[in-house]
Write a new protein. Structure first.
Length: 503
């Protein structure tokens, strides 16, 4: 049987479109900067023009197909742009240097587009790497080319999903759908970003605008709520809610710049850069929901066709990985916490601190006091989490077996602690960035970055049952330890008169 590799037809076109759009966006930004003045910069101007030209060309070709060569070209273009960005802000590039996320907002948008392109290529290549490994192992075990299914198999000639059989011998495969956790995380982050922007604008003055202020507050509240729930699961209802929130925000944006909205109107991409960043977040949320629904639509069609002809054990649904060939998939998951830590550290280093940043309207010493109080509450929740985890794992024999309510309480307290940490982290990284001026400050900043990587690692371990039994206690214990260390070097230090033993 001749088979076609991943991704499935229902997903190949969306992935190609996302990759093409990301490349075109990066090319457009570089072309715009070239026209606006970078053409006058020695060597750099030529590089900007080269990047824009190749990005547009590859994006156009991706609309026709996505062979390996084009995907490699897309990755090289994105990596080249990112490498140029890093070099220009560190060692310099051909005598040229810039600072932070300047020019704004083009620098940030270019980063988003190039990282998105790399993520799409990585997902695509990871799936195909699994297929190649599956083929080699099947060959070693004596299974013929016509006996094994690689990814989403379609018989040559009619491309329909059928059972795979050879002379009465049935080859069964356990398959997995398009990984739900990455989609959930991206969707949650996109919604949270949109909600954060609307909440910030509400606090900064939109609360005084008739009706619009209330709508901003409503959008922020619902976006944060749905984003938090998406960390626990993503049923159809939540995905619909996410799409409605994103569409509502986009509709409000368009209305306020055309016919007006409740007597309120704005112009262009003002306020900058919040308007543009909000648009990016909401469009990204819609793309994720569309990709998810396209995947599930393919699953339903696959299931109905299999029911009409093939046995339940023979059907291959959605974006599939052969059972037993998931090592690469697990390695990629391990890279996600590392990427979170590195990303936070990088942003904290290139970001220009704004010491006047407010925390719920508090600034200076008032903000520090509030953070110390919130940080102490966060430590308290973490210790409760630790206690409940010991109970669940049977380490508290005097209490007996933990009832089901303890499991639910443990999860809800964990979610509450995560949400409580976000405004603290946002104020720290915005007001101070990542500073390494002395031991206490460096320890606080580095542990803060590590904390969110540890949180992502714990979520991955919880959702993927294949990890060893010791992985979850280790991830949870690491998370509690990080929170305790942050509390010691910051809230405790501040509440103890700016001193702590050993610091």
């Amino acid at each position: 049987m001749t088979t076609r590799s991943l991704p499935a037809p229902a997903l190949r076109l969306p992935l190609r479109l996302v990759l093409a759009v990301a490349l075109a966006a990066s090319g457009y930004i570089h072309a715009q900067l070239y026209i606006d003045g970078y053409r006058l910069v020695h060597v750099i101007g030529s590089l900007f023009l080269l990047q824009a030209s190749t990005a547009f060309a590859v994006a156009a070709l991706l609309l026709l197909g996505a062979p390996l060569l084009l995907r490699i070209a897309a990755a090289v273009i994105a990596i080249g742009a990112l490498a140029g960005f890093v070099a220009s802000r560190t060692v310099g590039l051909f005598g040229f240097s810039e600072h932070g996320l300047q020019p704004a907002p083009q620098a940030l948008l270019s980063l988003v587009a190039e990282v998105l392109a790399l993520l799409v290529v990585a997902l695509w290549q990871a799936s195909e790497a699994g297929l190649v490994r599956s083929r080699s192992r099947a060959a070693e075990s004596g299974v013929g080319a016509g006996d094994h299914t690689e990814g989403l198999a379609y018989p040559a000639g009619h491309r329909q999903l059928h059972d795979v059989r050879r002379q009465g011998r049935e080859t069964r495969m356990t398959i997995r759908r398009l990984p739900a956790l990455p989609l959930r995380l991206v969707l949650a982050v996109a919604l949270a970003a949109s909600g954060y922007i609307h909440a910030q604008l509400y606090i900064d003055g939109y609360r005084l605008v008739h009706v619009i202020g209330s709508l901003f507050l409503l959008q922020a509240s619902t976006a944060f709520a749905v984003a938090a729930l998406l960390l626990l699961g993503a049923p159809l209802l939540l995905r619909i809610a996410a799409a409605v929130i994103a569409i509502g925000a986009l509709a409000g944006f368009v209305a306020s710049r055309t016919v007006g909205l409740f007597g309120f109107s704005e112009h262009g991409l003002q306020p900058a850069p919040q308007a543009l960043l909000s648009l990016v977040a909401e469009v990204l949320a819609l793309l994720v929901v569309a990709l998810w629904q396209a995947s599930e639509a393919g699953l339903l069609r696959s299931r109905s066709r299999a029911a009409a002809g093939a046995g339940a054990g023979d059907q291959v649904e959605g974006l599939a990985y052969p059972a037993g060939h998931r090592q690469l998939h697990d390695v990629l998951w391990l890279l996600l916490p590392v990427a979170v830590v590195v990303g936070l550290f990088w942003y904290g280093r290139v970001h220009t601190p704004n010491y006047e940043t407010s925390l719920f309207g508090n600034r200076g010493n008032d903000a520090m006091l509030l953070k110390a109080q919130l940080g102490s509450a966060l430590l308290g929740l973490a210790l409760i989490q630790l206690f409940l985890a010991l109970w669940i794992y049977g380490r508290l024999p005097a209490l007996g077996a933990a009832p089901h309510g303890v499991h639910t309480t443990h999860r809800l307290i964990g979610l509450t602690a995560f949400l409580l940490s976000l405004p603290i982290a946002r104020h720290c990284i915005t007001a101070y960035g990542v500073q390494l001026t002395d031991t206490r400050v460096a320890l606080h900043a580095l542990t803060g970055c590590f904390l969110y990587g540890a949180f992502v690692a714990k979520v991955i371990v919880v959702r993927h049952r294949r990890w060893p039994g010791w992985a979850l206690p280790l991830a949870g214990g690491t998370l509690v330890t990080a929170i305790a260390l942050i509390w010691y070097v910051a809230p405790f230090w501040y509440l103890n008169g700016s001193q702590a033993p050993g610091l």
